[in-house]
Design a protein around this ligand. Sequence first.
Ligand SMILES: *[C@@H]1O[C@H](CO)[C@@H](O)[C@H](O)[C@H]1NC(C)=O
Length: 486
Amino acid sequence: MRVTLRRQLILVVVLLTLTVLWYTNPRLIGADRLSAFSSEHGLIPQFPHLRSSPIDPHVLSIRRFWSPWATTIQDSAPQVDPVNLVYSANIIKPVNDGPREIHQNLVSISDEDEASLRAAHAKLRTVLDAYDHLEDAESHFSGTGVVTVAGGEYFGPFLAGLHMLRSTGSSLPVEAFLADSSEYEAALCEKVLPSLNAKCKILADFLQASNSTATKFKVEHYQLKSLAILFSSFTHTLFLDSDSIPLLDPAVLFSTEAYTSTGFIGWPDFWTATESPIFYSIANMTFPSDLPATSSEAGQLLVDKSRHLKTLLLAAYYNIYGPDWYYPLLSQGALGQGDKNTFETAAIVLGLPYHRVRTPVATVGRMDGREVKGSGMIQHHPNPPSRGEGKDSAPMPAFLHANTPKMNAGHLVDEGDLQDTHTAKHLRLWNSKEEAEKMFGEDLERRVWKEVVEVGCAHAKEVREWKDRKRLCERLHEHVKAVFGD
Ligand SMILES: *[C@@H]1O[C@H](CO)[C@@H](O)[C@H](O)[C@H]1NC(C)=O
C-alpha cells in the first residue's frame, strides 16, 4: 500500500517537473523540437517563441486577408435545413451551343426557407458590393502560376501532370494545396516538387487565425478547390485538377483575348446545365438570357484576381455551403454535382465578364465490352480557329482531363485498367495510335506514358501510397513494352 502511494507521489512530482520544464526550459526535454515539428505540421497548439523556422509569409498574408471574410461568410450562413430534391436531374447532351433554357425545378423547399436563403445570400452580397477589392488584390497576390489540389492518391496524377507541364516548356510556378498536415509527404514536398518549381501548401495553415470563427468550416473534397485558388499566391491563376494534363504551355492562355478581356476562362462539360430556377430567386436576379447551354467543367480554370477576387469569394461561399445547399441548387443531382458550376455562376451573379470556351469538350477512351475502361476529356484552346484554314483549322487541344483512370502510376498497374478483362492483353487507354495522331499531331498516350514511367520509377519508394506496391517500376515498363514496343 505504502509502496504504491510513494510511486504515485513520485509520478506526480515527475509530471509536474516535466510540465514546468516544458514551459520554462523546453530544450532540456526536447519540447522545442516537438514544437517545431508540430508547428510545421499543424498538429498541436504552438509555442510561438520556440518556432525554429518562421511561418511562410504567404500564409501570414492570406490569414490577414481571409480572416474578416471567414467571419462574413460565417455570418451569412444558411439558416435552414439542407435542400432536398424531388429527384435527380438527368444528363442530356445539348442540341446546340445556347442560349441555355432554364431547367425544371426539382428542389423541394418552402417559401419561408427560400426567403431565408435569399436573406443570407443578400447579407454576403451587401458586404461584397461595398468591398473595394483592388488594394487586397495588390497587397496579397502577384505573378502568374498554376494551382492544384493534391495529397494522398492525388499526388500520383499530379506528378505526371507536372512532368507534362514541364515537357511543354512551361516554367510557370506551381502551388499544390494539401488539405492538412496529415497529407504532407516530406520526400515530395521538400525534394521532388521544389526540383520542378512546385511547392506544397497546407490549406489548414491558412485557415488558422486568432479569430476563432475562421476555423469553424469543415473544408473537404470539392470545397478545397475554391479556397486553393483563392489562397494561392498568384494574381493570374490557372487552376488544374490533379488529373488535368496540360498539352501546351499554359502561359499562352493568359495572353489570349478571351483572358485579357474578361480575366476568367472556363471550359464546357458534356451536358446541359441543370441548375434550379430557385437558385436565381435566392440570388435575387432574373435568369440571364445569354448563358451557354452546357454546364461548366471546372477541371481547369483561368482567373485574374485583380478582376475576379469577388467572384472567388462568392464561389467560396457557394462551396463552403455547397454540399447541403448550393451544390444541389446548382446541379439538382445531375452527374458530377459538386464545385463545377460554382465559379462561373459567381461571376454571372456579380455581373462580371467571363469567357466560356465554345469548342465542345471531346473524349478519348476505350470500351471493354460495355464498360468504359479509359476515358479522358479533351479541352481546347479558347480561340476557335478562323474559317478557311483547311486542315490546320481544327481547334487546338489544350488539356487532357484524364479522370478515368487517373494517371496514378501505382493504381494503374494494380487496378486492372490497363489490361483486357478476359485475355489480360495490355491495351491502349485513349483511342488508337492513328486517331491520337489525328487529334494531337502525335501519339499523345505514348508521350504521357513516358512521364508516368519516369514518375513511377523515380518515386516508387517515396510516394506514401506506392511504397508497398511490388515491382512498380518493372510493371510500368512491362505495360509500355507491350503496348508501345519500347
Ligand atoms: C433584390 O434586388 C433588388 C434590386 O434589384 C433590391 O431592391 C432588393 O433589396 C434585393 N433584395 C434582397 C433580399 O436583397
